[in-house]
Write a protein that binds this ligand. Structure first.
Ligand code: COA
Length: 330
């Protein structure tokens, strides 16, 4: 059974920087409070009539250029997002069309902040069965399209961005690649984190718009309590299953929801802060984008064989962890 490896990365971040200072003008908050309670200093915003596909296309184009691949070589593209361009067609289809990925089929995967983690696991199965050898997983969200900039509980956290990875089989038999994963979900978490309207249960109407129901609704403390336990437990479980101690792990790639959740996970894993990828200060929580954006930011520092744990927790609730060994670099 060939192991699935990440063999290339790409990302895209919009130019517009929304600072804490600018948010101070919109809602009753302060730069100091946001930094202390979340770790966010600024986030990126995609302006104009452009959807998630705009960022996804650019992230994949960067990946293809770095790898020297043509879009027509992609066989499957999974777009992980909760902010698709439209209800249908799938944003994956829009991305493959704009890329000219003429041989690829694709679909969207919605698992909120765990979308990319789920997507990588799904893709790895298609590689391991030997069915495909070039799969792109895109993690992208334009969170600004579903954030209420009058709600200080949510508007301070989220941002826009995209990351993409290429998965290929370990044809050289290095043994590097995805080693193991644990995935979970609990639908009873819906009451704490959801979007009230816009779906088939409560389609858009004048009332839903007037009541501001087309935005993220989050009970911050309830989500925080579950996230801090869920992400740390999943990370600890994957380490235990694979006989890893904190000293064995080179990098933790955590979902960037709140710096305090990241710190608690690292502590549970017995990791020193220098082994933890953190970019929440610059991008906030980009939902499906956080994990590939971290990998992309740290790409130059990754070495073949590095033991890496990815961990996430998000709406659904959805959570889990992946253990992989890095496959390329100097
Ligand atoms: N600016 C200033 N004050 C704020 C504020 C803001 N943006 N948001 C809330 N406050 C106030 C509250 O009104 C409250 O005041 P009070 O004590 O006078 O009532 C106080 O700060 C504490 O509020 P609380 O909601 O307990 O804050 P918190 O420390 O839990 O932080 C979140 C809020 C949203 C940052 C935090 O709960 C969180 O990160 N939750 C998890 C997010 C997550 O993991 N999501 C999953 C993936 S998307």
């Amino acid at each position: 059974m060939p192991r699935a490896q990440i063999t290339a990365l790409g990302h895209y971040l919009p130019d517009y920087v929304l600072t804490n200072q600018e948010l101070e003008q919109l809602v009753d908050t302060s730069d100091a409070w946001i930094r202390e309670r979340t770790g966010v200093c600024e986030r990126r915003i995609l302006t104009g009539e452009r959807g998630s596909s705009y960022m996804g296309v650019r992230a994949v184009q960067e990946l293809l250029a770095k790898k020297g691949l043509d879009a027509s070589e992609i066989e499957l593209l999974i777009c992980c997002t909760v902010t698709p361009d439209m209800v249908f067609p799938a944003t994956a289809n829009i991305i493959t069309d704009e890329l000219g990925a003429s041989r690829a089929w694709g679909f969207d995967l919605g698992a909120a902040c765990s979308g990319f983690l789920y997507g990588v696991c799904v893709a790895s199965q298609f590689i391991e069965t030997g069915r495909y050898s070039k799969i792109v997983v895109v993690g992208v969200d334009k969170m600004s399209s579903i954030i209420d900039y009058q709600d200080r509980n949510t508007c301070i956290i989220f941002g826009d961005g995209a990351g993409a990875v290429l998965l290929e089989p370990d044809t050289a038999n290095t043994g590097y690649g995805i080693q193991d994963f644990v995935l979970y979900s609990d639908g009873s978490g819906m009451k704490h984190l959801h979007m009230k309207s816009g779906g088939s249960r409560r389609p858009p109407s004048l009332d839903t718009v007037r009541n501001r129901e087309h935005y993220v609704y989050q009970e911050g403390q309830a989500v925080f309590k579950r996230a801090v336990v869920g992400m740390a437990e999943a990370a600890a479980e994957i380490m235990e299953r694979n006989g890893l101690t904190g000293a064995d792990v080179h990098w933790l790639v955590p979902h960037q929801a709140n710096l305090r959740i990241i710190d608690a996970t690292a502590q549970r894993m017995g990791l020193t802060p220098d082994k933890v990828m953190v970019n929440i200060d610059r991008y906030g929580n980009t939902t499906s984008g956080t994990l590939p954006l971290c990998l992309s930011d740290w790409e130059d520092r990754l070495r073949p064989g590095d033991r890496i744990v990815l961990a996430s927790f998000g709406g659904g609730f959805t959570w889990g962890a992946v253990y992989l060994t890095w496959a390329y670099g100097k």
